[in-house]
Design a protein around this ligand. Sequence first.
Ligand code: ADP
Length: 400
Amino acid sequence: MKILVINAGSSSMKYQLIDMDDESVIAKGNCERIGVDGHFKHKTGDGREYETDVIMNNHTEAFIQIKNALIDEKYGVIKNLSEVSAIGHRVVQGGSLFSESTIVTEEVIKGIESLIPLAPLHNAAHVQGIRACIEVFGKDVPEVVVFDTAFHSTMPQKAFMYPVPYEYYEKYAVRRYGFHGTSHRYVSGRCAELMGKNIEDLKIITCHLGNGSSITAIDGGKVIDTSMGLTPLDGIMMGTRTGSLDPSVVTFIADKEKLSPSEMDTVLNKKSGLLGISGVSSDDRDVSAAAADGNKRAQLAIDMLEYEILKYIGSYTAVLGGVDAIVFTAGIGENQHSHREKICEALAYAGVKIDVQKNKELIHGAEGKISTDESSVEVFVIPTNEELVIARDTKALVEK
Ligand code: ADP
């Protein structure tokens, strides 16, 4: 069975075609700058690749590029489109409506649409992607949606509520939802596998550290708290996002700088975090390199990031009542071993001990344990694979 996985953004659309017999990626690529001009990249599992500028006015035109690439004589991977058994879509916001993956129906699309106010850029793009997909692949190919928020739907109310007047929860559904759920789900499941234990018996803290970052406390396979909130702005500082702040910082700066809510939103989402503090870049590699060259603000940004990650691990250890394993994943978590080393050193009080050499070696997609046998908490580096989770959910639902 071959499953096409789609991650539609407002101006981009990433895809992977996965062969579920061995879960290998047969082809993947990205449609970029949709609605602007258009750039298309395609790569096959056996190493054939091409990229080209091609005008894509909308998501339907992007799907036509994907479809043509998959069946192309030179770069294609299937003979006929009917070989695509099902399509799985990533959807960022499932709100309180969707606590698990589901087959796409008109009602489901309307549900995702109704959540657009909670994720204006993402959900609107996903709906465009799903509708375009139906247009190009036809109604007979089953489609499934997998939500970033779904894995977090087990959070108890005391963890997901914000202490603002209760009516805002009732009127506007203002609460913590959490994001990157598919990633936290994958790496926590994989962590249990690597430990050779049942996830029901484990307390795990998963650190998804990328451009956007979130940390999650998972007890017995169920999320009990997560750092992102109503939107992906909450939690630890990120590439360009602030993470949690004293809310008065927002009103104070907006007032002083005479910024509208949307201008303030841009400051918080696009100009802050590693970029805002270092003034160098939002990319951890650039900031770390600048820090190594003696740039003090870059060093401060790195220190702040490591400090915040440590604070979350500490507080989640408390709410879990102990921790069996910590997992690092995503761009920074999988590659920036110096952060892992610093954070784990600071966790020595909790009995964490890592093998410094092993930690240095586990980068660029390598998976494994970086803690020593004496460590009282096991620490893992696990490359995330959200596409695989989406493909597995899609397969399971269409087979049902
Ligand atoms: P996104 O949240 O956009 O999916 P990623 O998970 O790719 O982002 O993470 C991007 C971050 O990961 C950047 O800060 C970057 O510095 C870091 N990163 C990505 N790849 C590497 C790498 N090979 N080596 C070091 N850092 C990396």
